[in-house]
Design a protein. Structure first.
Length: 189
């Protein structure tokens, strides 16, 4: 049973850190809210995510990001800032869940979170200009909303159905790789 719990936490960590690559604040808000409501117990220092100040700050940042990412030019600025914010959020999200996996060193957990969230954010920031170019920026709010919904679904599944969250993580990874290859083919022609 302990192995199953550790594996579940690891799957949740992958789902949460990839969600942080799409929206840095939704996974952290989810973790903090579940901690606050007593559905999740986090070890230190991650338990601070459930504190009132952390939830208020994360909520405000999530709202700013939600609105700003739908506005042309502002979304570009947010993506540049996100080059740092998303990997940090991914590291926190991954490490907060990997505490149940005693064999996983905390530095490795943080590094995995940085790589996963950073990779998803880089892919999103690279693909977004294609939406801007092909729709004259009109498609950006739709793409942004889809990213937010995906981050929310991944964050919730990480706790409700970690195996499905991990499967969605793998599917998104394959989708990103496919989109990247297609974009490279377009650029070559």
């Amino acid at each position: 049973m302990e192995t199953l719990s550790a594996l579940s936490s690891l799957f949740a960590a992958f789902g949460l850190s990839s969600a942080a690559g799409l929206n840095a604040y939704i996974p952290l808000l989810t973790i903090g809210a579940l901690q606050r409501l007593g559905y999740l117990t986090l070890s230190e220092p991650y338990s601070v995510l459930g504190s009132t100040p952390a939830l208020v700050i994360l909520g405000a940042l999530a709202l700013i990001d939600f609105i700003g990412d739908k506005v042309p030019v502002v979304d570009h600025v947010l993506h540049i800032i996100g080059g740092v914010v998303h990997p940090v959020a991914g590291a926190i999200a991954f490490a907060s869940q990997s505490g149940a996996v005693s064999a996983l060193h905390p530095v490795l957990a943080l590094a995995l979170g940085v790589v996963l969230a950073g990779g998803f954010h880089a892919a999103r920031a690279t693909i977004r200009p294609a939406a801007t170019a092909t729709t004259a920026g009109l498609g950006n709010p739709v793409v942004s909303l889809l990213e937010d919904i995906t981050a929310l679904v991944l964050s919730l599944l990480a706790f409700l159905a970690p195996l499905i969250a991990f499967a969605l993580f793998v599917a998104l990874l394959l989708l990103i790789v496919g989109a990247w290859r297609a974009w490279r083919r377009v650029l070559r022609h």
